[in-house]
Write a protein that binds this ligand. Structure first.
Ligand code: FAQ
Length: 318
């Protein structure tokens, strides 16, 4: 393709972004746009399926049938989110096998939050309330992201996340209004999940490597810091209703800014977790690798069946 033709295609692409039109898989797009989307969307897909593990840990120990049914449905939804997102990523010309290989080899990232352990039942409440709460705030703007398949997948994901957030908050509300021991359990879960939830939004804007370009492409509609602040402003009143205290002595309403001020985030801990040294990184990755290896016979059987069926069709036709 000549330089002039490429410039032409770039101009068409930029004009579409400016008009807020969706970029579809068969449209021409800059290679960097394609790669950035594969990176973010596949990290997102991996996060959904690794994210099933901390909660899956409590399905057999949910305190009642009602809680078990809700938790099962939530964890299944997360598998579904992973599938929509892997499918949407495949439209950019990368195979599912390559994506899994990147996860299993440790090359691909997934959200830092899923490398923390779920020690008590209250952690299931805290994940729904805080982790899904943070996910919604991050993902609602993604419903209007510029790449069509990602934007459309996000619409359904956000609807389901909203049910997840409510089931988590309701667990917290029940515990907070229960016995002193139950309330203590809820407070302990909030203490452990608060800071990692703030880290989910990614590094501060001045440290973020991708935000500037991703905002120009309308992949990201808000910066990491804007979303983090929105989450804090929205969550503090919810903690007040629960009668629980957020573990941050610097947390204070700032009349002038119209936002809560908050204390320093431990970015050293964040990068340690991202680099594979969090409390559960090894366990999470090993569980995914084991599931892949143990499922090999299912994939082989499905392929053998498909081949046999195709052979039979050819024979019948001939
Ligand atoms: N963990 O330049 P930025 C969920 C990396 S789904 C690990 O700011 P970007 C549902 C980042 O990849 C949760 N790594 O990057 C659920 C980059 O490294 P790279 C997942 C992180 O992409 C609930 C480097 O740091 N959600 O919770 C993290 O512009 C309950 C520099 O960062 C999504 O994936 C992190 N937290 O912004 C499931 C949403 N943050 O790639 C089960 C879509 C940053 O250059 C139970 N993703 N890094 O090697 C996004 O919105 C963005 O990708 C951000 C990061 C905001 C996460």
């Amino acid at each position: 393709m000549s330089e002039k033709e490429i410039k032409n295609l770039e101009a068409i692409f930029e004009a579409k972004i400016a008009r807020d039109e969706k970029i579809e898989p068969k449209d021409w797009m800059p290679e960097k746009y394609r790669k950035t989307h594969i990176r973010q969307m596949s990290q997102h897909a991996h996060s959904e399926i690794v994210g099933m593990l901390p909660e899956g840990n409590w399905i057999t120990r949910a305190p009642s049938l009602r809680r078990k049914v809700a938790l099962l449905a939530k964890v299944q939804d997360e598998a579904g989110h992973g599938l929509y997102l892997y499918s949407a990523t495949e439209t950019l010309g990368i195979s599912r096998e390559e994506l899994y290989e990147q996860l299993h080899s440790g090359k691909a990232k997934y959200s830092s939050i899923f490398n923390y352990p779920t020690i008590t039942w209250a952690d299931i409440g805290a994940i729904g309330w805080l982790v899904d709460g943070a996910a919604i705030i991050n993902q609602v703007p993604l419903c209007s992201t510029s790449f069509g398949p990602y934007a459309r997948a996000m619409v359904r994901v956000c609807k389901e996340e909203s049910f997840h957030q409510r089931q988590g908050y309701e667990i917290m509300l029940t515990l907070a209004n229960g016995t002193p021991e139950q309330k203590e359990m809820a407070q302990d879960a909030l203490n452990r999940w608060w800071w990692p939830s703030l880290m989910m939004f990614g590094p501060t804007d001045d440290m973020s490597t991708h935000t500037e370009q991703s905002m120009k492409w309308k992949l990201k509609r808000k910066t990491n810091d804007e979303l983090r602040q929105q989450f804090i402003d929205q969550t503090v009143p919810q903690a007040n209703i629960l009668g629980l205290s957020i573990p941050d002595s610097d947390l204070k309403w700032n009349e002038e800014r119209g936002h809560y001020d908050f204390g320093p985030i431990n970015w050293d801990e964040f990068w340690q977790v991202v680099k594979g040294h969090g409390p559960c990184n090894k366990e999470r990755l090993q569980t995914r690798v084991d599931a892949w290896e143990e499922g090999e016979w299912v994939r082989d059987a499905a392929m053998a069946y498909a081949e046999k069926k195709a052979e039979r069709k050819v024979k019948q036709a001939g």
